[in-house]
Design a protein around this ligand. Structure first.
Ligand code: B16
Ligand code: MG
Length: 217
């Protein structure tokens, strides 16, 4: 059988949340706003615009449209300086194992990320060639939990949504997969991702037997 396998990027393939944190913290502190790791958690899977809106709301600050856009550009510049140093060593454990197993079994693979920097990151970690399709923040008009990003991926893979499997680490992303009528697999804690059909702490916990079952179901 042929299924469509869709991977989120940040928190699933690589841990870029730590670089988002550094960049958002710098921006927030420059504006006199406190920014904690807990707050950063809440920005996972959330688009760049929505993230800045949230930070400003937490700090009771408003910015003119011009300043808002300038801050977003500054944040991204800072974030890109961290990304520039990434390499294959930052791929999360056993991600290549799963990607290779899917390829060997002729299963189409897509990226489904909110990030506008997704292509750059995949190039840095040398994984771009593994994907049959890439859908990222540049291709969507509606952010997760809207299912748009995953529905476009399904279309590009030419697989019906109900035959797609989504790997996600964020609450909004799992919700988006569920709304798209796809099989959601949460990567992270069950406490946070309890709404996913399956939850694993990481890819090391995902066996080839489990993936075979997904393919043949
Ligand atoms: P950018 P994902 C998301 O990536 C991140 O989790 C989120 O923290 C970030 O704000 C968003 O991408 C946008 O990223 O500023 O690079 O466009 O988890 O959907 O792969
Ligand atoms: Mg993510």
């Amino acid at each position: 059988k042929t299924k469509g396998f869709i991977f989120d990027l940040d928190g699933v393939i690589v841990d870029t949340a730590k670089y988002h944190f550094l960049a958002w913290k710098k921006l927030a502190n420059d504006l006199g706003i406190d920014f904690t790791e807990e707050e950063n958690e809440q920005l996972k899977g959330v688009s760049r615009v929505k993230s800045l809106e949230k930070i400003l709301a937490w700090g009771n600050k408003t910015l003119s449209e011009k300043d808002f856009n300038a801050q977003m550009a500054k944040k991204n510049e800072d974030y890109l300086s961290h990304i520039a140093k990434m390499d294959e060593s930052e791929i999360l454990p056993d991600v290549p194992k799963v990607l290779n197993f899917l390829s060997e079994n002729n299963q189409p693979i897509s990226l489904g990320s909110a990030s506008k920097n997704a292509r750059t990151i995949l190039e840095r970690v040398n994984l771009k060639e593994q994907f049959n399709a890439i859908v990222d923040g540049n291709d969507v008009t509606k952010a997760k939990p809207d299912p748009e990003v995953f529905l476009i991926a399904a279309k590009l893979l030419n697989v019906a949504p109900e035959n797609c499997i989504v790997f996600e680490d964020s609450v909004a992303g799992v919700e988006a997969a569920n709304v798209a009528n796809m099989i959601s697999i949460g990567i992270g804690s069950k406490d946070v991702l309890g709404h996913a059909k399956y939850v694993f702490n990481n890819f090391t916990e995902i066996s080839e037997e489990f993936i075979e079952k997904l393919i043949n179901e």
